[in-house]
Design a protein around this ligand. Structure first.
Ligand code: AHR
Length: 326
């Protein structure tokens, strides 16, 4: 009798486990039992051309992969992302993915997702949680390396000069991984030569409007700016308006380095208004959907998945522009 009951119980458990696999196999409590994976995705916002391309990549790839996407725009506010993640947990999605607006302050909500057995994937930006078991994997760029690439171009550009090079820096969102890392990678390279001086550095929050506003202030208080290093194209494009407004020629009177390589940035590079762009790819959707399927199926995935990227000079931008997808 006991044996028969055990067999029945075991059969029941097997059926439940199979259903769990279809709707949230890695232990996630899962969405509707319709065999479809449901992903809750919390996006940073719509602050830049890069972000728009990233959102499109994620939405398009979810469709192609047959993953139901619950998309939430945090308008660059951490509290909105935390609310969205809590709502995904309540809705029992199969997997949560998000691009954290800033690096710190995630442990509590990530622990809540872990307790609900919902796997989390970080995309684009990292968190600084010491407990890496709180997320399954992190897919995105090496932002420190991007900063180094910007610094290396500058060192090469001024290799024959003995004069001081006055640099102003437009930083990304304060506390965000790309702002911290792009600043640190750049500083690491230029510190080797004391002629490079960062005379002003301030956040432009990754937006064109703020980039313009902060560059106007830089120009007013610093008459001798040689170089602008902007942590993204959009801030660089805003700064170009400020530089032109001040009667100076961007790309000549002030050399400009940016990061991203979105179409508008690449056009400004081809036009000689920007001098060098370090690429940061927003096309993370296809890899994210692959990783999501794997973690939901309970498969092992690497802790870190790096995006492949390059750099562009004006000539390379001219060649790449006709087929640039974003
Ligand atoms: O996290 C990636 C950065 O965020 C991009 O470089 C920037 O344009 C965006 O807003």
């Amino acid at each position: 009798m006991f044996k028969r009951m055990s067999a029945l119980l075991l059969a029941g458990v097997t059926v439940l486990a199979a259903a769990g696999c279809a709707s949230g196999g890695s232990g996630g409590s899962g969405g509707a039992d319709d065999g479809k994976i449901t992903m809750g995705f919390s996006q940073v916002g719509a602050e830049s051309g890069w972000r728009t391309a990233n959102t499109k990549s994620i939405q398009d790839s979810a469709k192609t992969a047959g993953i139901e996407l619950k998309f939430s725009d945090a308008q660059q506010k951490q509290e909105n992302q935390i609310k969205a993640i809590r709502s995904f947990i309540q809705q029992k999605v199969d997997v949560i993915a998000f691009s954290p607006v800033v690096e710190s302050g995630w442990d509590t909500v990530l622990k809540e997702a872990q307790n609900a057995k919902i796997p989390v994937i970080l995309t684009d930006r990292a968190v600084d949680s010491a407990d890496t078991s709180l997320y399954k994997t992190f897919l995105g760029s090496d932002f420190v390396e991007e900063g180094r690439k910007a610094g290396k171009w500058l060192v090469e550009e001024y290799k024959d000069s003995t004069e001081t090079v006055n640099i102003v820096q437009l930083e990304g969102t304060t506390g965000s991984a790309p702002a911290n890392d792009r600043r640190d990678g750049f500083a690491e390279i230029i510190k080797a030569d004391p002629k490079f001086k960062v005379i002003a550095s301030q956040t432009g929050d990754f937006t064109r409007a703020k980039g313009k506003e902060v560059m106007e202030a830089f120009l007013k208080s610093n008459p001798d700016i040689d170089v602008l290093y902007a942590h993204n194209d959009d801030m660089g494009l805003g700064a170009i308006e400020a530089i032109e407004g001040a009667g100076k020629v961007p790309g000549k009177d002030i050399k400009i380095i940016t990061v991203d390589a979105v179409k508008d940035g690449m056009q400004a590079l081809a036009d000689g208004k920007i001098n060098f762009i370090v690429e940061c790819s927003p096309i993370l959707g296809p890899q994210l959907m692959d990783l999501a399927k794997k973690v939901v199926a309970g498969e092992q995935v690497p802790q870190r998945v790096l995006t492949e990227e390059t750099t562009f000079t004006p000539e390379q931008a001219k060649a790449a522009l006709p087929t640039r997808p974003y």
